[in-house]
Design a protein around this ligand. Structure first.
Ligand code: PLP
Length: 458
């Protein structure tokens, strides 16, 4: 256990020794880190004792909420029985086997094998390797290029960030890896012009066909997309988008990867986003909601037709992680899935909480001077902040409108996050109650009102 220290002491030590992910160290050092010490339900508490409503479920992951004994007990029991053993040497541990079997019941048809990792990034790295291996075993070794989307997010390893289309990550790295290409994100509000959502969905999907033809189908391994783009600013595609993407993938023999790291495990009111959008993926990475973030674990689901080729022809597959299928993380994931089932959390999200959440957020945003569009499905919301509604003009990045809004949210003891283009997002724990949603809506309203005032709207 960490010692008790004052917030100032923690901040000094943090400044001296801790480098944070996705952080401007200088700004952080000047203002001092916030120290979160405990959590319960949908609230986190800082070292000063402030009770903060976690509108982001950690980083999209704490699906079942904080403080669930079932998950803690599962980890404790497993750590006592067998804290670690690997699965490299023709060995397995029971929780790995059970989790793989359980996932095969929950995922879309045809996904029967699961490769474990510790993060969404690693799960995507696994898929890059396996997809290229598959094509090479099929006698098409040139099919290596992955096509992703602008503002897509697939993780932060060198390969996963190349799959993604986060402009700042690519700019800072200077050069993307070769054999990764991108098409535009299906953001109707900003890109749709005079088209209806449905028309725009088709047009956005057709970019994939153009890109495949440009690269040559004989060079394209796979297309990857999040069913709903999360880190890009909660971009839910028109319903016409995924059917057209799938038609194009089949036409050109391009594999389809549905990145379910955010959408999986109930976020959209279904076990997976692929169910909601009727996506039939060849590979499906999952992470965040898989263990509700209690321990790090990820999995890549592999379609039978891919697995069988690799199984028949590859021999040894030279890939894996020391902690692939960590026994305690698998035990926590199993307990998490059991809890989601027992408490019918996904049914509740679909039929009750998500509609209630949507209505509450609509009440906040309808006619709001700074909100051009409210996006989202299930328990995801994206608030598109605009300078000019008629022209759908967003704020310039240097105006940092999202960051200002987050600062107001922080003052209101609410965690919400600026992401994508002039957008703030919410992704609360799936167990959030009606009264907590009311509180959330009230805090969001105060934060948006203050942001609008700061930017000169009455
Ligand atoms: C967070 C995320 C990842 C990366 O997961 P890590 O565990 O942070 O590596 C991949 N894909 C999507 C869609 C994500 O949101």
């Amino acid at each position: 256990m960490a010692e008790k220290r004052t917030t100032g002491e923690w901040q000094a030590l943090d400044r001296a020794h801790h480098m944070h992910p996705f952080t401007d160290s200088k700004t952080l050092a000047a203002r001092g880190t916030r120290v979160i010490t405990r959590a319960e339900g949908v609230y986190v508490y800082d070292n000063e004792g402030n009770k903060i409503l976690d509108g982001m479920a950690g980083l999209w992951c704490v699906a079942v909420g904080y403080g669930r004994r079932e998950l803690v007990d599962a980890a404790t029991r497993q750590l006592l029985d067998l804290p670690y053993y690997n699965s490299f040497f023709q060995t397995s541990t029971p929780t790995q086997i059970e989790l793989a079997q359980k996932l095969s019941e929950l995922t879309p048809p045809g996904l029967k094998h699961f490769f474990f990792a510790n993060s969404g990034s690693e799960a995507n790295d696994t898929i890059i390797r396996l997809a290229r291996l598959y094509w090479s075993l099929m006698g098409k070794p040139n099919k290596r290029t992955f096509i992703g989307r602008t503002w897509g997010y697939h993780g932060s390893t060198v390969a996963a960030s190349s799959l993604g289309g986060m402009p700042a990550m690519h700019t800072q790295d200077g050069k993307n890896l070769p054999e990764f290409a991108h098409i535009s994100h299906p953001h109707w509000y900003l890109r749709g012009g005079d088209l209806s959502r449905e028309e725009f969905g088709i047009q956005a999907a057709r970019e994939l066909e153009t890109k495949i033809l440009e690269l040559g189908p004989e060079n394209v391994a796979a297309f990857i997309g999040e069913p709903v783009q999360g880190a890009g600013g909660v971009i839910d595609p028109p319903m016409t988008y995924w059917p057209e993407i799938q038609r194009i993938c089949r036409k050109y023999d391009v594999l389809l990867v549905a990145d379910e790291v955010i959408c999986g495990f109930g976020r959209l009111g279904h076990w997976f986003g692929s169910e909601m959008y009727d996506i039939k993926p060849d590979f499906m990475p999952m992470a965040k909601g898989l263990s509700s973030g209690y321990l790090p674990i990820a999995a890549s689901a592999i379609h039978e037709r891919i697995f069988e080729v690799i199984n028949d022809k590859a021999g040894m597959v030279h890939h894996g992680y020391t902690y692939s299928g960590h026994p305690a993380a698998c035990a926590v994931a199993l307990a998490n899935i059991e809890l989601i089932k027992k408490e019918e959390i996904i049914e509740r999200v679909r039929h009750d909480t998500a509609p209630y959440f949507r209505k509450a957020m609509e009440q906040v945003t309808n006619g709001h001077p700074i909100v051009g569009e409210l996006r989202g499905v299930g328990l995801l919301a994206g608030f598109q902040l605009v300078k000019d509604k008629a022209k759908r003009t967003v704020f310039a990045p240097e105006q940092e409108v999202g960051i200002r809004c987050r600062e107001f949210a922080t003052q209101n003891n609410l965690i919400m996050r600026p992401l994508g283009q002039s957008t703030v997002v919410l992704s609360p724990p799936l167990v959030i109650s009606h009264s907590e949603i009311d509180e959330l809506a009230d805090k969001v309203k105060r934060s948006l009102d203050a942001t609008a005032k700061l930017f000169g709207f009455a």
